[in-house]
Design a binder for this molecule. Structure first.
Ligand code: MLT
Length: 332
């Protein structure tokens, strides 16, 4: 090889070896406001990302739906115009129906169930599905707690008490069908419009976990809380698969490890803060009650009417049975 060619090859190889991947500031959309479980996940991610990349990469959280409704952020991430989003899983289900298995009523009955399912093979499979169906990869899981029912009109302890209330739900078929099984037709509404909907009394109530109700100041427009346990809210941190694939293998690994740290931060936040936050809601004037008979009527109606309608979309009855087996419950 001529000297010039040798030098050119050497220079080219040196460039390949020496050029560091560009530093990046990831834009992270967050559906909820400061003080929420979603923010705890986001902060856990930012901290771990900066530490693991020795300060090379950073991430900025855009709280309170500033970058659009939760469902819109999935579309944005899919086409690569948004890097990341933290949003409730029920707002991913329309794009990747198999994740609906985590939204089926009365499947996940504790934080421990949620951790086992999301961090095991089922969580890994759902992550693969969201990449394929929606162009987004789940890198962390927020555990937000049970979606309790709030309303501005009256204490609700039974299915009969629910009648006549106008309840907002996300645009999610499983949740719509669940309320229908309880005898009312709920109003689907984007998360970003929900506070205004409650304030202007377009709707009387909604459901979300304590930590979300507190962070979003729903106590200003809602009075009564019913401790429903029909959905344990899981709220993933997703990254655009396009953005992820543009990263070096080393940076991809950093993102995944920062995601693990964020998941841990979210579980710690819920364990340490949920009881305290429930008391804040009481101090703010909310009245909290339990559904009568250990929620038996709600459970019976929802599981009988809703589960079979969604076997196909979640990947078959076997999928639900695999989930139930993983958390030590009997198959259907
Ligand atoms: C919803 O109700 O749409 C979501 O649960 C809101 C959230 O992300 O907290």
């Amino acid at each position: 090889m001529k000297l010039f060619s040798k030098l050119a090859v050497a220079a080219f190889s040196a460039t390949l070896i020496a050029t560091p991947a560009a530093a990046k500031n990831f834009k992270v959309a967050v559906g909820d406001s400061g003080g929420s479980s979603q923010e705890a996940t986001g902060q856990g991610f930012v901290k771990a990302l900066e530490e693991l990349s020795d300060g090379k990469h950073t991430a900025t959280l855009f709280l309170n739906g500033q970058l659009g409704s939760e469902q819109d952020t999935v579309n944005e991430a899919a086409i690569g115009t948004l890097d990341m989003s933290i949003l409730a899983i029920n707002n991913i289900t329309p794009f990747s129906p198999s994740v609906g298995v985590f939204t089926l009523p009365y499947v996940i009955l504790s934080l421990e169930d949620a951790e086992k399912l999301t961090q095991g093979p089922i969580g890994a499979e759902l992550t693969e599905n969201t990449i394929e169906d929606a162009g987004v990869r789940i890198v962390a899981w927020t555990y937000t707690g049970f979606r309790v029912l709030t309303n501005s009109k009256k204490p609700v302890k039974s299915v009969a008490d629910l009648q006549g209330l106008v309840i907002r739900v996300p645009k999610n078929e499983i949740m719509i069908e669940t309320y229908k099984s309880w005898g009312i037709s709920p109003t689907p509404m984007a998360w970003s419009e929900t506070f205004a909907g409650l304030q202007t009394k377009v709707v009387d109530g909604q459901d979300n976990p304590y930590t979300t109700i507190n962070a979003m100041k729903f106590y200003e427009v809602q009075k009564y809380v019913t401790n429903l346990r029909y959905i344990f809210s899981i709220e993933p941190l997703i990254i655009s698969e396009q953005v992820f694939q543009e990263l070096s293998a080393e940076d991809q690994d950093i993102i995944l490890k920062a995601g693990e740290a964020a998941t841990e931060a979210s579980a710690t936040f819920l364990r340490e803060k949920e009881a305290e936050i429930k008391n804040i809601l009481i101090e703010e004037g909310m009245e909290i009650s339990d559904p009568e008979n250990d929620e038996a009527e709600f459970i019976e109606l929802a599981t009988k009417a809703v589960w079979p309608n969604f076997y196909e979309s979640i990947g078959g009855i076997e999928k639900l049975n695999a989930v139930l087996a993983e958390i030590g419950r009997d198959p259907v």
